[in-house]
Design a protein around this ligand. Structure first.
Ligand SMILES: *[C@@H]1O[C@H](CO)[C@@H](O)[C@H](O)[C@H]1NC(C)=O
Length: 151
């Protein structure tokens, strides 16, 4: 009898422990670690990553977030939004065919189509336009703002 009670109790307690959402060690998902393997800073993805897949042959990747996310990007406080699904093609120091990240600048929204790393700089591409920032400004994963700010 006592044994089965203990079993029941552990069924209840274990999910509670593993679900604690904001412990710092859970903020870095596999996707964030993968970014660093390809030469990029972790700050390119928000904290609420749900899952991540990559075809290591082609570099085609897909990142699912728990929900859409709005963040303020560090250098010039640009507002950016992440769709719940972000796709692209990643190779060493280069992300291309990017879909799912938009940034507001000059009074309208632009889709970021590519990101490159060169030396200590990150270059964001919006079609044929680009903007360069020091990569060390992206050393922290941004938290989503607004009603979903807790995750
Ligand atoms: C990766 O992409 C290649 C080329 O499209 C394909 O042949 C291969 O099956 C893919 N691998 C996986 C694990 O999906």
């Amino acid at each position: 009898m006592a044994k089965s009670h203990l079993f029941m109790l552990s069924l209840i307690i274990i999910p509670l422990i593993s679900a604690s959402p904001n412990s710092p060690e859970q903020k870095l998902s596999v996707a964030h670690t993968e970014l660093t393997k390809y030469g990029f800073p972790i700050g390119l993805l928000p904290t609420n990553v749900k899952s991540y897949t990559i075809n290591t042959t082609t570099g085609d990747f897909s990142v699912l977030l728990k929900h859409k996310c709005r963040v303020t990007l560090p250098p010039d406080n640009y507002l950016a939004t992440y769709s719940s699904k972000i796709t692209g093609k990643i190779v060493e120091n280069k992300i291309a065919e990017l879909n799912g990240i938009n940034v507001k600048a000059f009074f309208r929204w632009w889709g970021i189509t590519g990101i490159k790393m060169s030396g200590k700089d990150l270059t964001f591409e919006v079609g044929v336009l680009s903007a360069k920032y020091p990569a060390d400004k992206f050393g922290d994963t941004p938290a989503c703002e607004g009603k979903h700010s807790s995750s």
